[in-house]
Design a protein around this ligand. Structure first.
Ligand SMILES: N[C@@H](CCC(=O)N[C@@H](CS)C(=O)NCC(=O)O)C(=O)O
Length: 205
């Protein structure tokens, strides 16, 4: 199987990169340079017409959207990164769905307001709302974490959560007020596979 991950430093593609490392699946990296707007250029739009990362080429077929990618990587890696119990697996999907549809979208209001409006004043108002919406999500997540992990064991949802928690200090969240979430972030970041990914993204930034 040939895998190529299209990714950009520090973005949501980090969690898929980390999942590939955790699963031990050999892969190539194709960095997309956001500095030059490469995600909107024809070459990349041929890969992902949405102009977003991550995108994973799997023997030439392209899969996008972090939750779908994470679940595919878990399965391709032998299943250890998803719970086998159907209800626990559904809770993992519940978390990834919340992260992608709500928390990531809160975060996007900081830099990507132009997706929703051309009005600079409206964009500034959206940016100003980010500390509040991200703090509300962080508080929910902090209360939701009951043990070390989102599910009974480490899973791809932990990688997704870690990736988004990583943005929170920059989004104005007081991490001292969400100690369980901060501890979860540090626990995931300390895993050797994740530490390798962090080093690669910091070097590429
Ligand atoms: N729903 C998608 C969101 C992907 C997404 O928005 N990625 C951002 C990086 S964090 C991106 O590619 N942004 C490029 C742009 O907006 O131009 C997912 O979860 O994979």
């Amino acid at each position: 199987m040939t895998l190529t991950l299209h990714l950009a430093a520090g973005t949501i593609s980090m969690c898929v990169h980390a999942a590939l490392e955790e699963a031990g699946l050999p892969h190539d990296l194709a960095w997309v340079d956001f500095g030059t707007g490469a995600q909107g250029q024809p070459n990349y739009l041929k890969v992902n017409p949405k102009g977003r990362v991550p995108a994973l080429e799997i023997d030439g077929a392209v899969l996008t959207e972090a939750p779908a990618l994470l679940e595919w990587v878990a399965e391709a890696g032998g299943g250890a990164l998803m719970p086998r119990d159907p209800l626990e697996a559904a809770h993992v999907r519940e978390m990834m769905s919340y992260l992608a549809s709500t928390v990531h979208v809160n975060h996007a209001h900081k830099m990507r307001g132009h997706r929703w409006t051309d009005d600079p004043a409206a964009q500034a108002a959206m940016r100003a709302g980010v500390p509040g919406t991200m703090t509300a999500s962080a508080r929910f997540l902090d209360a939701r974490l009951r043990g070390d992990w989102v599910g009974p064991d480490f899973s791809v949802a932990d990688l997704h959560l870690w990736n988004i928690t990583r943005w929170m200090p920059g989004d104005g969240v007081d991490m001292d007020a969400v100690p369980a979430l901060r501890a979860h972030h540090d626990r995931v970041a300390a895993r050797p596979a994740v530490a390798r990914v962090i080093a690669l993204h910091e070097a590429a930034a």
